[in-house]
Design a protein around this ligand. Structure first.
Ligand code: ADP
Ligand code: ZN
Ligand code: ZN
Length: 822
């Protein structure tokens, strides 16, 4: 008897053992999807991890695998499973968590998956009785879960049936309203069987003598499709035919009715790129050439190279040259970018060089598109370039030669929720290692962690200190807003006179302006003028942000919202006062400062909820339809605008005063990145940096682009206080509705940990926000020497976790780990 260890999409165990029925033995290989029964009446799509003959513990009933989904080609390539195992073990989570994050939704189904019938579905072939009865079950319901379908049909397991109905386009599945994978089809036109010879065609033309338009359309069809010439004929889409023949769908309809032509549906991929002419690579400047050669040399001795190149130094162009080279060697390349940095800008730039070798993998793509990228990679042996966000690390790569992690300092590379809470930059390095590939990290403001690794020789370091085309770095002028407020020069305004002056200058010369404020909404906080009441979220321990457009007070942690009261609900008399300001307020003030001919737009989480909205805002600014772009840190992500001469940082204080050991590093990166949007081509730009602490050392370092000074100051603090990169942080996050249980359990937990790990254990500590979504939070922080192996630590953690589970009150807690929090 053979057994398979499979991964289920559950965070309980790493794997579960099932027996393999004889008739499946041949088809099953590691990496295949199978359907298994688990728990009470639940079926899941599982992944086979390994096959063996070890008999499992006889005290449990071992179930059989129910069905195999991938008979020919496993959905995973072998190195992927190894990568999953690494993620689960390093980031202290279960393989099931990794499985859930890794596979596009359309490739996995479970009992709780909601299935709905597609209304206009018509079967092309007879459905099997089981399929028909599943469809019939939808009579009074538009949506049913897999287990409800089982109840209604009385069938033992409908997962495979749903899978096959899905591939026929009869049903779709949804999670968070997403569609399951449905192939895309397009209508094609052909001659009917009856008219597929010259003689019959003559008859047809005779018939059409009085229908000139139909005659012409038929001629067009024959012309374009060359249907009568078996050597040259090709399939012709309805769209193409109509485009060439004067867009007359009703004329075509008549020909279809006469039975001369017929329409048929054909599956087409969604991935077709605009076919554009490939362009030759741009020659590199001598500085770029030098950096390029240094990267090459570094890769002879190192697997990882950090490219520290100032904004606009032409890093992307260097990447393109490296990609080209690796593709020519027949290997694949993964180009990682933070979520919102993948724009049409970069996609078009790469498509021009690499054409249909380029695949884009983005979380804002539909699940169908993601399944197609997955399948394409699974079935191709071509060298491909994949441009993707962090989840693209999980794609079925064949032979990676290079991973580029652009904007490597971005903290959005770290997944926050749910598990696996992995850091895509660090995971990329591990994945590259598994493929024998190199990793290139690129940034104008490298993370201190990576820079440290480069200075100790773990990574290679290549520097690019000049902008492309002798463009100058911008001039950064700080403005003391505290002083201006004291002198009543900046009374009811967010803009210093200098900023207004520079903006006016720029606009009058037809140049553009970017304004940065890292808070969205109108006012981050409101307060009663007479009694001091501050509205707070009912679910979280935070004050509510006022959003003027909807007249709502909104919680930025859970989305809870209420309308702004006209009057203070506490004292019933006080007026409500706004404190601080967000992008919405900046936009309002711009409208009153400048004439209506000056168009401003806003780029933040509220205005850029969808990919199209985001791209429209950027395209409008690029084309000069808008002159001022106001935004949060979304602005800082690798955008390349040619006409921006002034950047205003409206308030640097809130960036610097954040309670986190990385606050200064991050503030420096953000300010430099935002400044980098100024004066990119032929003119030196200006940055006006408004702050009430102009004498703060960090402000001076930003003004002087003193990256290395910032790093060495931070490093000395971090070494003193046992922070990364000298120590590795592992944070235990404990949450509960029951505040008392949480307090007691976290003290007990920290105590047990301290017994084993000593003063490496800190806490329990109460985070700045003590309650989110009705759950109170405590953290226990572990600081482990970077040189120490992580395996023994993991053992201790698992052991103590098991001990804690013996405490009844512990069941009221949710516990997870965050390794290397960002
Ligand atoms: P970075 O990625 O370092 O911010 P980019 O690669 O976006 O910089 O380059 C900045 C600008 O310089 C872009 O507009 C780009 O088109 C241009 N550029 C860079 N390298 C070259 C080159 N070798 N030839 C022509 N233009 C270049
Ligand atoms: Zn009041
Ligand atoms: Zn809330």
């Amino acid at each position: 008897m053979k057994y398979a260890d499979v991964i289920l999409p559950l965070p309980l165990e790493n794997s579960y053992t099932y027996s393999i029925p004889m008739d499946m033995e041949k088809a099953l290989t590691p990496g295949c999807r199978v359907i298994v029964h688990f728990g009470k009446k639940r079926y899941y799509t599982a992944i086979v991890m390994s096959i063996h003959e070890r008999k499992p513990d006889p005290s449990f009933e071992t179930k059989e695998i129910y069905a195999v989904l991938d008979a020919a080609v496993p959905v995973l390539r072998r190195p992927q499973l190894r990568f999953w195992q690494w993620i689960a073990s390093y980031y202290l989570c279960k393989l099931g968590d990794v499985y859930k994050a890794a596979l596009p939704f359309g490739l996995k189904l479970e009992s709780e998956t909601a299935v709905s019938r597609i209304d206009d579905f018509e079967a092309e072939e007879r459905l099997r009785p089981a399929e028909q009865s599943v469809l019939d079950a939808f009579q009074n319901a538009s949506k049913l879960t897999v287990s409800e379908l089982e109840k209604k049909t009385g069938l033992r397991n409908v997962v495979p049936i749903v899978t096959s109905l899905m591939s026929k386009g009869a049903v779709e599945v949804s999670e968070e309203m997403k569609r399951g994978y449905v192939p895309k089809t397009q209508t094609y036109i052909r001659l009917t069987e009856a008219y597929h010879n010259e003689e019959k065609l003559h008859e047809a033309f005779d018939m059409l003598k009085r229908a000139k338009k139909q005659e012409l359309l038929l001629i067009s069809y024959l012309d374009l499709s060359r249907a009568l010439n078996p050597m040259l004929s090709r399939e012709l889409s309805k769209k193409e035919l109509l485009e060439h023949a004067g867009n007359t769908p009703n004329v075509l309809d008549s020909l279809l009715k006469r039975g001369i032509l017929e329409a048929y549906e054909k599956e087409v991929g969604r991935l077709q790129m605009q076919i554009c002419r490939l362009q030759p690579l741009l020659p590199l400047s001598s500085a770029q050439e030098k950096a390029y050669n240094e990267i090459h040399d570094t890769f002879k001795t190192h697997d990882v190279c950090l490219l520290h190149g100032v904004t606009s130094s032409g890093k992307t162009e260097i990447y393109i040259h490296l990609i080209d080279e690796v593709l020519k060697m027949g290997r694949q390349v993964l180009y990682l970018l933070p979520e919102i940095a993948i724009t049409t800008q970069i996609t078009e730039r790469l498509a021009k060089q690499f054409g249909d070798r380029l695949l884009v993998y983005h979380s804002k793509f539909s699940d169908n598109e993601r399944v197609e990228v997955w399948n394409k990679l699974l079935h191709t042996n071509e060298p491909m370039l994949i441009l993707g966000v962090r989840s693209s690390l999980f794609l079925p790569f064949k032979d990676l030669g290079l991973i580029i992690v652009d904007e490597e300092h971005e903290n959005t590379y770290k997944q926050q929720d749910p598990a696996p809470r992995y850091h895509a930059r660090n995971a990329a390095i591990v994945l590259a290692g598994m493929h024998g590939a190199k990793t290139l990290l690129g940034s104008a403001t490298p993370s201190i962690d990576s820079y440290f690794n480069a200075t100790i020789g773990k990574y290679g370091l290549v520097e690019l200190t000049t902008r492309y085309g002798e463009c100058l770095m911008p001039e950064i002028i700080s403005v003391d807003i505290k002083e201006l407020k004291r002198k009543k020069i900046m009374k009811d305004t967010l803009f210093s006179p200098l900023l207004v002056e520079r903006m006016n200058q720029a606009l009058s010369q037809g140049e553009q302006v970017i304004l940065f404020q890292n808070r969205r909404g109108f006012a981050p906080m409101v307060e009663c003028k007479s009694c001091g009441w501050i509205p707070r979220c009912v679910n979280c321990d935070v004050s509510l942000t006022y959003h003027k457009a909807h007249g709502q007070l909104v919680c930025h942690y859970c989305g809870y919202s209420v309308s702004l009261p006209k009057q203070c609900p506490e004292c019933k008399e006080g007026e409500i006062k706004m404190l601080g300001f967000g992008t919405e307020k900046v936009e309002e003030e711009i409208a009153s400062l400048f004439p209506a001919t000056v168009k401003a737009d806003r780029l933040d989480f509220d205005t850029a909820r969808t990919r199209t909205a985001y791209e429209r805002i950027i395209a409008d600014f690029e084309k000069g339809k808008t002159q001022i772009l106001i935004g949060t840190q979304m602005l800082s992500k690798g955008l390349d605008f040619g006409n921006v001469s002034v950047v205003g940082i409206l308030n640097a204080d809130s960036l610097m005063n954040f309670p986190d050991f990385r606050a200064h590093e991050r503030a420096f990166q953000l300010m430099i990145q935002v400044s980098g949007r100024a004066g990119r081509r032929d003119k030196r730009g200006t940055v006006i940096l408004q702050t009430s602490q102009p004498e703060h050392p960090l402000i001076r370092m930003v003004q002087q682009f003193a990256y290395k000074e910032m790093v060495s100051l931070q490093l000395s603090e971090r070494s003193m206080f046992h922070y990364p990169p000298y120590y590795r942080l592992i944070v235990l996050i404990l949450r509960s509705r029951n505040e008392v249980a949480l307090r007691e359990m976290s003290i007990l937990y920290a105590g047990k940990l301290r017994l084993r790990l000593g003063d490496r254990v800190l806490g329990p500590v109460t985070p700045p926000v003590t309650r989110v979504q009705t759950l109170h939070i405590k953290k226990i922080v572990l600081k482990i020497e970077t040189a120490a192996a992580i395996a023994p630590v993991r053992e201790i953690l698992e052991h103590i976790y098991a001990e804690m589970q013996e405490q009844p009150a512990f069941r009221q807690l949710l516990v997870h780990y965050d390794v290397d929090p960002a």
